[in-house]
Write a protein that binds this ligand. Structure first.
Ligand code: SAM
Length: 317
């Protein structure tokens, strides 16, 4: 779909009373968008990648308490974490988007496609905890009343990840998948400070950020850096509505926020998009706020950032 048409539809829908706009937008996403079909694999892969990072740092997920920022409509990252052994998954979303119907469809997909799910998890699918939980997933009577409890999920929606209400030093992992790009820099600072407070001494902060212009996901006539040409007021008119809001922070800004929160970066895995790089190196004129950044920085499409809490003595040193 042409991105400008999508922007108009989103803005009109967002101007309706909140309950009505949300209902209409959800139905549109079900009919024409990403909520129309169930295929949980990309989020299960994300959960697996979180496990790989944790294990590289000597941290087990089995028995762990995980805090997730930005649940969204489905629960596939929490289900992946449950399958690989998490004991408690506390997930927060400012907007109560989670839908039982979608989660049940995802569970039905997993049950009907056992081999595809095992292929996602590879050798991890052979572990005793995975096998135990997989059999439970296959056998359990999961329904709209018990679907959160069945996967050890505590859902806080509406719930603000900047104010979790969890105890100090109580979380093993603090995670998100394609969420931080939708939150303002000021609020991100508060969420990171909260992560620092609730993470255990050996806890890990593991986040995946998608820096691309999300309008380009459904319109391949524009590049993933198309939105960098607009100044802030123009961009807010086009994509500042509650369905699309993107902070347009670049990978260097996000990394600086993590460091400013006194988190020590252990892994910083970036993917630069070639088509964006080509556009930036030829005719795309970006807004002044992006002009002093390198083309690689502006064209970074994705980042996995893994960090741990700097302890007070390390901060002081
Ligand atoms: C792109 S969506 C979620 C994507 C989901 N994680 C997935 O994998 O598909 C981003 C979510 O972050 C939520 N969000 C924004 N600010 C938040 C905050 N301060 N605390 C918790 N959730 C927040 C939004 O309501 C939205 O549902």
């Amino acid at each position: 779909m042409n991105w400008k048409q999508k922007s108009v539809i989103q803005n009109v829908t967002a101007s309706l009373p909140r309950w009505l706009g949300s209902k209409i937008y959800y139905q549109m996403q079900r009919r024409f968008g990403k909520l129309g079909t169930a295929d949980p694999r990309s989020r299960l892969e994300a959960g697996l990648r979180m496990l790989r990072y944790a294990e590289r740092e000597g941290k087990a997920i089995e028995g762990s308490t995980v805090v997730e920022v930005g649940t969204g409509h489905r629960m596939n990252v929490p289900i992946a974490l449950w399958l690989i052994g998490a004991a408690r998954i506390c997930t927060y979303d400012l907007n109560p988007y989670l839908r039982a119907r979608l989660v049940l469809d995802d569970v039905a997909y997993m049950r009907a496609n056992e081999q595809k799910i095992f292929d996602v998890f590879g050798d991890v699918a052979e572990r005793a905890i995975f096998q135990k939980r997989w059999h439970r997933l296959m056998d359990m009577h999961v329904n709209a009343d018990n679907f959160k409890h069945a996967f050890n999920v505590e859902y806080h929606g509406p719930g603000d990840a900047a104010k979790t209400g969890l105890a100090d030093n109580s979380a093993d992992l603090h995670v998100s998948f394609t969420v931080l790009e939708h939150i303002s820099a000021a609020v991100l600072g508060s969420i990171m400070a909260e992560a620092r407070r609730i993470l255990k001494v050996d806890g890990l902060f593991i986040h995946h950020i998608d820096f691309t212009d999300h309008f380009a996901h459904a319109d391949n006539t524009i590049t993933h850096v198309n939105f960098l040409q607009f100044n802030e007021p123009t961009w807010m008119k086009l994509g500042g509505n509650r369905f699309m809001y993107m902070n347009r922070l670049r990978v260097d800004d996000m990394t600086a926020l993590v460091l400013n929160a006194n988190l020590e970066i252990l892994h910083d895995d970036r993917l630069v998009d070639d088509r964006s790089l080509e556009a930036l190196n030829s005719d795309l004129v970006v807004d002044a706020q992006f002009r002093n950044k390198s083309a690689e920085t502006n064209a970074t499409a994705r980042q996995w950032v893994v960090a741990r809490v700097l302890q007070d003595e390390t901060v002081a040193a």
